[in-house]
Design a protein around this ligand. Structure first.
Ligand code: FUL
Length: 471
């Protein structure tokens, strides 16, 4: 084994990153004064008087998320307009000064309670860019305000699974732009919610580089440390391809962030897994004119299977309407998506198959692949970076999906694999894949066979595979 290969697999996730990856699929709730003005970015000058969701039911949001297969919800507690969905002690630009529940409402509390009730996790989005607060752009004074708000959110509402920081950084009410004290914000989060991930403008979860739900064919979680430079993430969106190429910068949207070629010569590497974020509608906020533009089930399934099944997590936005309810069109689509996920991955055909492997270590045989506990696994001896795993059934089975998982405690190792089925007296290749990582879902045309072979063709070092599912 080359020393350089060992160096790549020495990088592994932290406990909080591992837990976050296991969340797989969770939702975003974009809701603020924009819901009432029809805007995507509020000005910060909106009167709290306009915020009046008459039938708001956070229980409906949480049930819809769960029904859709989501394991958590992240709420825009404050978007760029600065309006707070909780009665913050530090501003009058909040629900407390709106007609909602006569000024006694607290939507952060309502949703965090509803999530607990449904057994799903709760996370917060707090926009650093604040177009309302007079101190925005002033430095320390605004940072104090922002940290006070973080403290309110991280101490008053139970466990928080993620704090989602947006890269958008524009001018404030006074025309000035704030230079954020990220280090200080991170320290507050680590102190008050040590298990929470800090996502996007943070060190734990990486923005995939687009908001359209596009995924990379090869998503690596081990990337150069400079990928996580927060100042840069915000600037990325404003740089042209040519400028980026000339300055040799790594951008969130680059296609290759972690191949051996990219990592060679990088001084510091980090574990920085991707999150794919998109909205169920064209906008992040609800607009009645988009009621007939809800993404199709086919589109959502595609994004789900290529993100959750492409070594990333999937964050799907479901914006409530001005009544404070998720529209029936979105509810139906979520239900269909949840049904699809539940039905497709219900019965693992590997359970009824004879399973063998041509090259594994004693005590780490292919039987372990049936157990999806992230712990038991198939392993090959040091230096062995390839193996064939074969499944045989007594009667032919119909196969549409193959799921593979690596044990991330041993980093991400597989670089190349292939799936073959036995047809007309020989093995025929039906799928070629690259990386696996947390999970790879191989999406295939339905086929009927009594013998299937997964061929791991290349890896950085010996193999540690934790699960194989056939559906
Ligand atoms: C962007 C924001 O500007 C959008 O409004 C939205 O919140 C999205 C998730 O992030 O940067």
């Amino acid at each position: 084994m080359r020393e350089s290969d060992r160096r790549l697999v020495e990088i592994v996730p932290t406990m909080r990153q591992l837990k976050h990856q296991q969340m797989e699929f969770y939702g975003f709730i974009h809701f603020t004064v924009n819901t009432f003005t029809g805007k995507e970015w509020g000005e910060g000058t909106e009167s709290p008087e306009i915020f009046d969701p008459k039938c708001l039911d956070a229980g409906q949001w949480a049930r819809a998320a769960k029904d859709g297969g989501m394991r958590g919800l992240i709420l825009t507690c404050k978007h760029h307009d600065g309006f707070c969905l909780w009665p913050s002690r530090y501003t009058r630009h909040s629900v407390a000064y709106s007609p909602y529940k006569g000024g006694r409402g607290d939507i952060v509390k309502e949703l965090s309670d509803a999530c607990r009730e449904e057994g799903i996790a709760f996370g917060v989005y707090l926009s650093p860019w604040d177009r309302n607060h007079p101190a925005y752009g002033s430095g320390r004074e605004y940072d104090d305000y922002f940290v006070n708000q973080l403290e309110e959110l991280l101490t008053g509402y139970g466990d928080i699974f993620t704090v989602w920081f947006d890269g958008a950084c524009g001018e404030g009410a006074n025309g000035k732009r704030q230079v954020y004290d990220w280090k200080r914000y991170y320290e507050v989060i680590r102190r008050l919610q040590p298990l929470a991930c800090i996502s996007v403008c943070g060190p734990d979860v990486r923005w995939c580089g687009n908001e359209a739900g596009q995924t990379r064919p090869s998503e690596w979680s081990v990337v150069p440390a400079r990928t996580a430079d927060t100042e840069k993430i915000a600037a990325d969106s404003q740089q042209t391809d040519e400028e980026a190429f000339r300055s040799r910068r790594i951008r969130a949207q680059d296609m290759d962030l972690g191949s051996r070629e990219i990592l060679a010569g990088e001084e510091e590497l980090i574990w920085y897994p991707a999150e794919v974020n998109t909205s169920i509608r064209p906008g992040w906020f609800y607009h009645a004119s988009e009621d007939d533009k809800v993404k199709s089930l086919k589109e959502l399934v595609h994004i789900y299977e290529h993100s959750v099944g492409g070594n990333a997590t999937f964050l799907l936005n479901i914006p409530p309407d001005p009544n404070g309810l998720i529209h029936t069109a979105d509810l139906e689509r979520l239900h269909e998506l949840g049904e699809y996920i539940r039905n497709t991955y219900r019965r693992n055909l590997a359970d009824g198959a004879k399973i063998s492997c041509d090259s594994c270590m004693e005590g780490y045989g292919p039987e372990n692949l049936r157990i999806d506990d992230g712990d038991s696994c198939l392993r090959t001896a040091e230096g062995i970076t390839a193996c064939d795993i074969t499944l045989e059934w007594k009667e032919p089975v119909k196969v549409r999906r193959v799921v593979l998982k690596e044990n991330l405690n041993y980093s991400q190792r597989i670089e190349n694999f292939e799936i073959e089925v036995w047809q007309d007296g020989e093995f025929r290749s039906v799928y070629q894949g690259t990386v696996v990582g947390y999970q790879r879902i191989a999406v295939m045309e339905e086929l009927c066979t009594d013998r299937l072979r997964v061929r791991i063709l290349d890896a950085r070092v010996s193999l540690v595979i934790s699960f194989l599912g056939i559906y």
